[in-house]
Write a protein that binds this ligand. Sequence first.
Ligand code: GLU
Length: 469
Amino acid sequence: MALISKKEVRVRIAPSPTGHMHVGLARTALFNWLFARQAEGEFLLRIEDTDIERSEKKYEDEIIQGLSWLGLNWDGEVYRQSDRREVYKKYLKKLIEENKAYYCYCAKEELEAQRQEMIAEGLVPKYNGRCRSLDKVDAKKPSVIRLKIPEIKIEFKDLIRGKVEFDVGLFGDLVIAKNLENPLYNFAVVVDDEEMKISHVIRGEDHISNTPRQILIGQALRFQMPIYAHIPLILAPDRSKLSKRSNEVSLLEYKERGYLPEAMVNFLGFLGWHPEGDDEILDLKKMVQLFDIAKIQKGGAVFNQEKLDWFNNQYLRKLSAEEIYECLKPFLKENKIESPPSFIKKVIEVLKERMKTLIEFFELADFFFNLPEYDVSLLKWKDQSLPDVKIILEKIFEAFSGVSDSEFHSKKLGEILNSLINGTPRGEVFWPLRVALSGKNASPDPLMITEVLAKIETVRRIELAIGKI
Ligand code: GLU
């Protein structure tokens, strides 16, 4: 890797591939990406897969797919910690040689007994340093590697949270590796961030207590530490932590449910950050211009599903019927839609403004492709009687039947309906027609439906409604 001056901006995301790609990771990636692109720096992807039991290739693939879907391209290769064990080993050896780290042979039960003793004495429990000054290494005995922790305070400046202080004397000597081949998270991160010349570590607030530990490891290795920015957690609407287990947090789940990547990215960008001004619809390019890490809020960011739906609807509206058709094409068969593309596009045109997700199209559009099923009582507008409904539908039927195919468009049909209103409430004419055509109490304007269904089908549905009464 080319050596790059520390002054340059180089950030990374460092996900552990141990579960579905979380929306929180997507947002961390976005903030890092924005920060890098704004500074014309680099954004790296490092897979933290040292925990072989929990790491899975399918989750790594999901991260790559998720980032690509959102348009968050990374620079250079994908780094994997599992390929870098020799690097960590070199630094672990160095710390042991310099007597800054040591092998600890204390068994689990002994550590627990020490803990209990300290608690009984009214002390904050921590490792008592028993193996600190052993001068012989016993390769046969099970051991871990610990870093000597000084009794000091660590202070760092966080770009979002300001000055942060930890009394590291309370930590006790830190386990940094199971052995020379198997470093633990805090150690591997510090080595990688140094070797990859990471200038800023922008990550979730849940890592804030790791930061002093990482600073201590970095100091022991005489590394120049990165600048930190801990971004607020994403919270559920009740302000509880967004659970990892629920499907709601899997990024690709949103793709499957018909959210557009542009909407997702826009929504994620606003989770904890807001640009100056009222503009809400921002693409990545615009976000790069406006992004300001110092303006990220400290408090948790609530994941508001309605807001996401709103964003998605805004982006769907911008697409042409043709573009939406292309997105829906792969799902037509499973939804048993075999109509000609020209008809499907007309339906899209009419429904586009109402769709919150791509997939919602199939629910909203069902009545265009299949005869609607509804209860006859739905045909009544407020306290209108069924015989009255019948009379009005018969009038509409007669009038519409007399219109030629070429004149069968909303303007002409609208005129006919208006002439039928004749002093009665508008709903008494439009409502029964809406229900006859769609079987629903909420649908696009019935006149727009008539245009899509065309004369034969419109008239047939009115006739069927009359037959129900
Ligand atoms: N592997 C850590 C995680 O997935 C990365 C934390 C960091 O960015 O340092 O949360």
